[in-house]
Ligand binder design. Structure first.
Ligand SMILES: [Zn+2]
Length: 69
């Protein structure tokens, strides 16, 4: 019973945060964040595949830089 209580409490917190936190645009490459009304209208939603591509590219570049020095 306590398990379900914790589950529903965190779900309720999640719903509150969904409505309170404004939408934000985040650059896949450098992580820069932009907020403001209508900022996300011109761009598609978050794509995990694109995010992973840039994350792995940055990791490879980090490895190459540390191996070269
Ligand atoms: Zn950027």
């Amino acid at each position: 019973m306590l398990t379900f209580g914790i589950l529903f409490a965190t779900a309720a917190i999640d719903v509150v945060l969904y409505f309170l936190v404004p939408e934000c645009l985040t650059c896949y490459r450098c992580g820069a964040r932009y907020t403001g009304p209508g900022i996300t209208d011109r761009f598609g939603g978050f794509n995990l595949e694109t995010h992973e591509k840039h994350r792995q590219q940055a990791a490879r570049q980090g490895q190459a830089a540390s191996a070269g020095s």
